[in-house]
Design a protein around this ligand. Structure first.
Ligand SMILES: Nc1ncnc2c1ncn2[C@@H]1O[C@H](COP(=O)(O)OP(=O)(O)OP(=O)(O)O)[C@@H](O)[C@H]1O
Ligand SMILES: [Mg+2]
Length: 212
């Protein structure tokens, strides 16, 4: 299966892709992970090298992703997409074949506005909806919002959860807190991912039947 990590702009995708991938590897089900980097920055791929990941992250910043990339049978693919604001064609291609889409955002007005009301870009919700026409099942991929860089006890988490739900989005119960450990993690080895919020995230995805 293929999990697409998306956001209109910087949203915590690379950090969360790395940690989610490791939480899947460390899970009881021992998911056999493979990464794809569909962002021109190639930061997920670079992290896999400097951080000595136990799985490969393949370069895949191409608008032919749906044609060129195949997730081998039994593997769980994690794809880190670039900004849909600047590179919609790559994400359009990924969305044709994604089995699950995770939209990464902070519970802030800045992130909310770029998702819900971008002044001169296609809304990411519309991009996902339009992908249906080019998918095998003619349905948009299951899509869930993951709130990240949340502050414990802050009202913003509940507020933006509600605001996103009011806009018709599914929002995961699990949130990823703001922390120095996550903030400084890109480019370094990852361990113990399953013990923290990313382990909780994997359990939630399993319970919701979102992981194949
Ligand atoms: N849970 C967290 N706590 C604190 N800082 C975080 C957390 N997650 C991400 N960050 C920081 O937020 C910034 C954006 O994260 P990241 O690079 O993962 O986003 P991105 O969506 O991949 O961005 P881009 O699309 O520009 O590549 C980075 O400085 C990162 O270190
Ligand atoms: Mg990134």
């Amino acid at each position: 299966m293929l999990i697409a990590n998306v956001s209109p702009r910087t949203g915590g995708k690379t950090t969360n892709s790395g940690w989610l991938a490791h939480a899947l590897l460390e899970a009881e089900a021992e998911y056999d992970v493979i990464g794809f980097d569909a962002d021109h920055s190639q930061q997920f791929r670079s992290w896999s090298i400097t951080g000595e990941f136990a799985f490969p992250v393949k370069p895949a910043a191409t608008a032919k992703f749906h044609d060129e990339i195949t997730v081998p049978d039994g593997k769980t693919g994690i794809v880190d997409c670039g900004h849909t604001e600047n590179h919609p064609d790559i994400t359009n291609s990924v969305l044709r074949v994604a089995d699950l889409v995770i939209l990464h955002m902070s519970p802030t007005k800045a992130d909310f506005d770029r998702i819900i009301d971008p002044p001169d870009k296609t809304k990411i919700g519309d991009i996902i909806a339009m992908s249906a026409a080019l998918r095998g099942d003619r349905k948009p991929p299951p899509t869930w919002v993951l709130l990240n860089r949340t502050i414990a006890g802050a009202s913003s988490t509940g507020l933006y959860r509600e605001m996103m739900e009011d806009e018709g989005w599914n929002v995961l119960t699990t949130v990823i807190p703001r922390s120095e450990a996550f903030g400084q993690s890109v480019s370094f080895p990852v361990s113990g991912a399953a013990k923290g919020p990313f382990g909780t995230l994997v359990t939630e995805l399993e319970k919701k039947g979102l992981l194949k």
